[in-house]
Design a protein around this ligand. Sequence first.
Ligand code: SF4
Length: 455
Amino acid sequence: MSDSGDVRKLTVDLGLLQKYNRPGPRPANSRTAPHFHSGFGPADFCREIIETNAADDAPDLSLYFHFPFCRSLCSYCGCTVVVTQETERIDNYLDDMKKEIDLLAGLIRPDRKAVQLQWGGGTPTYLSPVQIRDIFGYICSRFTVADDAEIGVEIDPRCLSSDHLSTMRDLGFNHVCFGVQDFDPQVLEAVNRVQPEALTRQVIGESRSLGFDSISVDLIYGLPYQSARSFSKTLHKIIDISPDRLAVFRYGHTPRLKKHQLILEKYPMPDLDERMKMLKTIIETLTDAGYVYIGMDHFAKPEDTLAQALKSRTLYRNLQGYGTHAGTDLHGIGLTSISQLHNVFAQNTKSTSDYNDAVELGRMPTSFGCRLDEDDKLRGHVVRELICNNRINKKSIEEQFGVDFDSYFSDSIRRLHDFIADDLVRLSTDRIEVSDKGRPLIRHIATVFCRRLRG
Ligand code: SF4
């Protein structure tokens, strides 16, 4: 079996995509947000932070900051957003966020470094450069940020000035991720996100001149008017722009949860077969252009740190996606943000007024979460090994968790039968490996090892 970090074109078997396709989570662990419950609250979370913090080997930190504000609503959006034109609301939110930062920083030893900071949303660049400078300075005054920290921000090119970019570069941001979704004007108009190609090219060019270490682009497939053929044109334009990383997400149509998505039903949408063809086109076109297939929805240039981590088998995935900082405690700050520690998940409230009430009272705004048992941790580890390294070393799992792999996972191994018969997975006495053919289906293969995700 070849090394999954190699650069080469992958060929995708459409029949196998169609055979195994079924909806499900993009797993990063044995639990996802739907498993969280309201019985886990601020006191549980604080207790866990304090216990983790007391350990001599308390891990470094990854910090995620959620800025929920957007100027207008894209019809496909699945995030927690606040559409507003009132800048005062942003100022109030930033004041609340500072209070949450104080609460968390008060529980964290200063020798624990923040090695990764990520700003997401919403639209972080809906903040003015002055607001960005202010909240970033506040974060740095409360946490010890490592000199070589990876500091990233999600950017909506429609909500960005040269001043924003130079301010963020000046502050030390080194990764920028641009929301593009598609270049087809008909698609963008249907989803209420008119974003000219020239604008995207311009802001990426400016970022390159400012010397950001890594430039990333997000695309979405499965939107109205898209087809494998039309999306192929967008992919070729993106290849010409040459970002360091690409994430190509599949649109999740959930109008029951996100009512505004209903509006998309008046447009022609690609059916399941077309979406499978699109996935095949995406993987084959990008790997043919020299991008390394990192896994699930991510691609990177061979010299990018994600591709390097894949090659050296140090890639990691948490709720923020693929990354290179394995073993850190992830703390999510701001509305709806999720924290992931060794033993628990904790999610902040989704209501701005509840968020304000909690931090005003000096209480963590945690409203959901869960505690992981030993089985969750073991299965979470196996899931991550598969989605990051495409293989499981049974002996290493047995040593780390004190189980007999084959008997502990006998049910999962039995469920691998069809994948093995189709040469997507290879099973030996000491290993389980995912073949190149199996990599586009890694989500389905990994899910076999976790009863909660299967459920
Ligand atoms: S800019 Fe992003 S977060 Fe805001 S509505 Fe559009 S997709 Fe959602």
